[in-house]
Design a protein around this ligand. Structure first.
Ligand code: SF4
Length: 266
């Protein structure tokens, strides 16, 4: 809601009178469409492999209910290609990857094997609690000291080697990989998901005649360098002045999980 788009945020649009609602699940969007057949309901599909299956399921449900007013603006991204890009970035000099827990619950730990092998970088799928993170870091350090580059799983209580095949099946029924723009980084080939042609009637980009002009990155924003580990958030000239959690300029300041927001808050 707070992320700045080309001409403001959804929060600002809502304050100016647009009907923008927060739902708990994409299926709430489908239910809203069913209750309001004379209105178009647009769900912004964002997030990684952890959220994409539920959005795909909402499209399948809308198809089953024969709804023609439920649309998804697909902006999903996938992790392995982005990690591959970081691994190949010499300036990032990555010693190890703490692999994302929820994403790994879907794609499985085996998804990181090519990354570990090709770039000889240790990978540990790690859970969310402080003790999980500490154990994950300890596992990475042990690999590093031993000169190994394996994929290990600290979050075994949730993540399996092959992930969740049902969720991946639903996802690939509806979405197809595409090249994708990452704010602060640029295009990473094959790192996004777009709606398949067979479900194009649910694709907001196709169904609505809205043209969004390409925006230049905000002047002075160093999110790309923060994301690649080239600089610390404090090195960005906008940190804490023009860019704060209340008024984020770049993506790293938006959610509490963002590096810049974490630096700012703690
Ligand atoms: S302080 Fe703001 S603009 Fe600068 S890198 Fe962080 S998020 Fe981007």
């Amino acid at each position: 809601m707070r992320v700045s788009g080309s001409s403001g945020s959804l929060m600002e649009e809502r304050a100016s009178g647009a009907d923008i609602r927060i739902v708990n699940s994409p299926l709430d969007g489908v239910a809203l469409a069913a209750r309001n057949p004379d209105r178009k309901i647009i769900f912004p599909g964002i997030g990684f492999e952890a959220t994409a299956p539920a959005v795909a399921a909402s499209i399948l449900m809308a198809a089953r209910q024969k709804l023609d007013n439920y649309l998804v603006l697909a902006g999903h991204k996938t992790m392995p290609k982005a990690m591959e890009m970081l691994a190949a970035e010499p300036a990032a000099s990555i010693d190890g990857f703490i692999c994302p827990a929820h994403v790994s619950a879907i794609i499985g730990t085996d998804a990181y094997l090519p990354l570990a092998e090709r770039h000889h970088i240790p990978c540990v799928v790690t859970g969310f609690e402080p003790a999980d993170i500490m154990q994950g870091v300890e596992m990475l350090i042990r690999q590093k000291i031993a000169g190994e580059a394996k994929v290990e799983n600290q979050y075994r209580r949730v993540v399996k080697r092959d992930g969740n095949s049902k969720a991946r099946e639903v996802m690939s029924q509806v979405f197809i990989p595409c090249d994708c723009h990452w704010r602060g980084i640029g295009i990473i080939p094959g790192s996004g998901l777009k709606i398949r042609r067979s479900y194009a009637r649910f694709d907001a980009e196709k169904a609505l005649p809205v043209k969004v002009e390409e925006q230049e990155e905000q002047k002075g924003c160093r999110c790309g360098d923060v994301l690649k580990g080239k600089i610390q958030p404090l090195d960005c000239p906008l940190f804490g002045t023009q860019c704060t959690p209340e008024n984020p300029v770049g993506p790293c300041m938006v959610s509490s999980e963002g590096s810049c927001a974490a630096y700012y808050n703690h």
